[in-house]
Design a protein around this ligand. Sequence first.
Ligand code: SAM
Ligand code: SF4
Length: 332
Amino acid sequence: MRQEDILVDNFGRTVNYIRISVTDRCDFRCVYCMDEEMQFVPRAKLLSLEEIAFIARAVTELGVGKIRITGGEPLIRRNIIKLFRDIGQLDGLDELVLTTNGSQLPKLAGELKDAGVKRINISLDSLDHDKFRRLTRVGELDKVLAGIDAAMETGFEKIKINSVILKNRNDDEVPDLVEFASTRGMDISFIEEMPLGVIDEHDRAEAYYSSDEIKADLERHYTLLPTTETTGGPSRYYRIVETGTRVGFISPHSHNFCDSCNRVRLTCEGRLLLCLGQEHSVDLRQVIRSHPGDMDRLKQALLRSMDIKPKGHEFDLSAKPVIFRHMNMTGG
Ligand code: SAM
Ligand code: SF4
């Protein structure tokens, strides 16, 4: 591939990874992700599955080798398996991965694997039914546990648990979550809460629980060895000597990961976000709807978007929110 045909920003970072939010809707209402009352994007403004597949083809032709399908809850979008099948067949794609809350996996795990999904991330913040319900507002722990079982039976190459830890809400569950992952041969990543979107349920600064605190909690039970392994995302990884489990830390506050950023995001309305914590974006829906089927024009828009990819972001939990889009729009 010629150098001018790949996505490189003004800081020399090559973009080879895209996260695509296929819907902003969800069957859960996690307290850090959404407000209780949410306005969702009207159908006419949503990219169709065909439009998403077209953009996915364009980015893979520009050197993107990894696509993560996310949301909202991606698996509640109607006919979503067709999108996985279409993307799974793209030349040049090395990895098609998924982030899900797990609730639909009992139904869809087999079809996802057949479509080419090799690795999946399943979000799980608590193993206690009541706490799980309070954190997700409406979610049922048993459904997610059944989803995890279904994924294990299906035999994906890798299953990773993602946990957002909030002080005095689920910080006491860190060792139990690690044990849950270890006994099932899964990896686990802990995520610091990010100030995306306005929420009323808690004060994000008060709920902040740092990766270093989580690591210290774990070191009371296990020996953690740093590893240079990477999955091409923002996690820093450690191995637990006693169990072999890989534990990741996604630390947007305490260990900013912007210098090595290799990714962009596509919202369900077709906005290409150049940075998780900034509003720089390009309206790809406008590009493809005003010039349907024009692959060259779309690729030019993608290549030009690199000029506005910002150097990075700084989150400040004590300040007023500056990013008004919630994580379900952003595509975590
Ligand atoms: N619904 C799917 C799920 O929950 O896995 C996919 C979308 S969700 C937005 C993707 C990831 O973002 C989840 O692991 C979730 O815990 C995380 N997340 C949501 N809001 C967040 C926030 N404000 N800060 C940090 N992580 C967040
Ligand atoms: Fe839904 Fe995922 Fe957001 Fe929870 S984190 S509300 S499961 S999109």
